[in-house]
Design a protein around this ligand. Structure first.
Ligand code: IMP
Ligand code: MG
Length: 418
């Protein structure tokens, strides 16, 4: 492996989402051809409005073509010809879609909010495409069936990185609304604690609001669970417990495949990860400590210190590579990720976490499940794996999560057309 290749592969390709980059590239063509910068004196001219309308139409047509390629990809997968679709040829890393994505309508919706086609200097961006995909996913869900389960990541998705869900958080009323509508909610977080009070400290605002709610029925309240350590510790809401949560014994909820995860193997995998993390601390001279837990091992910065991005990325890629290459890493699923100011390796990953939530609630289909998270890059990110188990929305801040839930509410009102 040449150094150049390593840089391209390890750092660049994993830090880009291939589908988003490809769509961005398609939209760049009409941007260049139609949205050229116009002289300032034409600023309010009729011509400018016509150019924007033309650009809008071209963007919409491209997104309709992509929407059709996705339908074709889904058909190939249903006909046991996965890997042979045109979309797979064009974007080799593309995975499975659990619903169609009405991208043309989603674009029209986002263009009204972001005025993408009015821009003459800034081409459709990563964030434009990410938000169009999120809207398309919501439309795909509400038009094809229902959203029965919404799972949320914690840090960055529900609250700021490392913070807690406090009573003033606007996401609380939106989660209560989901529960009131009879939907199930799972918080699927990497934060791995074995005791309920620790989760109560992190999620107190939401749990207290549920406890105090007189409008939610008991069965609606039972619609909330917390899955910690990606897929390792399950707690259910409990109105009578001081911590508002009760631990659910593992044997009551684990998936059949998870029964094969031997304690011995878990210990061995964590040993390998731990020694690799310790080597990184020494090699990169990190001002950090190693923390070994029941089902995880991580490095976190010493009091008052911060690790910089390159240190975090190097550490996560080293530990992922080391564990992947070990025999145990091929037998047991694990997840190495960059938590923003720490690096953790957890046993299992969020695909198992989301699937366990689906099973806990009686077997909810992936096409009726939405996972909302902030970490969807293919290396060093832990929400990425949820794509194997459910539809997903990629948000960039807690405020975007609130917007997304309001958008879901709004889109549900539209008459079903597909
Ligand atoms: P998430 O965004 O909700 O998945 O939370 C990720 C953060 O949880 C990490 O960045 C860590 O700071 C924290 N954390 C606490 N305990 C664990 C653990 O056992 N495994 C992984 N992350 C943990
Ligand atoms: Mg997160």
């Amino acid at each position: 492996m040449t150094t150049r290749y390593r840089v391209e592969y390890a750092l660049k390709s994993h830090r880009r989402d291939q589908l988003i980059e490809w769509i961005k590239g398609l939209l760049a063509v009409p941007f260049v051809l139609h949205s050229q910068p116009t002289a300032v004196y034409q600023e309010h001219s009729v011509k400018l409005v016509a150019v924007a309308a033309d650009t809008h139409q071209r963007y919409a047509e491209i997104l309709r073509d992509v929407q059709n390629l996705i339908i074709d990809h889904i058909e190939h997968e249903n006909n046991q010809a996965a890997g042979k679709s045109k979309l797979k040829l064009l974007v080799p890393t593309v995975g499975s879609f659990f619903t169609a994505l009405p991208l043309e309508d989603a674009f029209k919706y986002q263009d009204q909010l972001r005025f993408i086609s009015r821009r003459r200097f800034v081409a459709p961006s990563f964030n434009d495409v990410r938000l169009i995909l999120n809207t398309a996913q919501l439309l795909g869900l509400v038009r094809s069936s229902e959203v029965d389960l919404v799972t949320f990541d914690g840090d960055v998705t529900l609250y700021d990185d490392g913070a807690c869900l406090t009573e003033d958080n606007p996401v609380i009323s939106r989660i209560l609304r989901l529960l009131q509508q009879g939907r199930k909610v799972g918080i699927v977080t990497a934060a791995g604690y074995t005791e309920a009070p620790k989760y109560y400290l992190r999620l107190r605002g939401l749990l207290d609001a549920m406890h105090d709610s007189t409008t939610l029925t008991d069965s609606q309240k039972n619609g909330l669970i917390v899955m910690g350590g990606e897929s390792n510790f399950l707690f259910r809401f409990d109105q009578t417990s001081p911590a508002r949560l009760t631990w659910v014994p593992r044997k009551e909820w684990i998936l059949d495949e998870m029964r094969a995860w031997q304690e011995n193997d878990i210990g061995q995998l964590l040993d390998i990860a731990e020694s690799s993390l310790r080597a990184c601390v020494a090699n990169l001279n990190l001002a950090a400590d190693v923390l070994r837990k029941d089902r995880a091992v991580g490095v976190y910065p010493l009091e008052g210190c911060k690790m910089h991005r390159e240190q975090l990325e190097e550490t996560v890629l080293v530990v992922q590579n080391t564990v992947e290459r070990s025999p145990i890493g091929t037998r047991l699923p694990f997840c190495a990720f960059n938590g923003g100011n720490d690096v953790f390796v957890d046993i299992g990953d969020k695909s198992w976490g989301v699937r366990a939530c689906q099973r806990y609630f009686g077997g909810i289909d992936p096409s009726k499940t939405l996972h909302v998270g902030d970490q969807f890059l293919s290396a060093g990110a832990n929400d990425f794996k949820a794509r194997l188990a459910s539809t997903t929305a990629w948000i960039a801040s807690p405020a975007e999560t609130v917007q997304l839930l309001d958008e879901l509410e709004e889109l549900q009102q539209e008459p079903r057309s597909v």
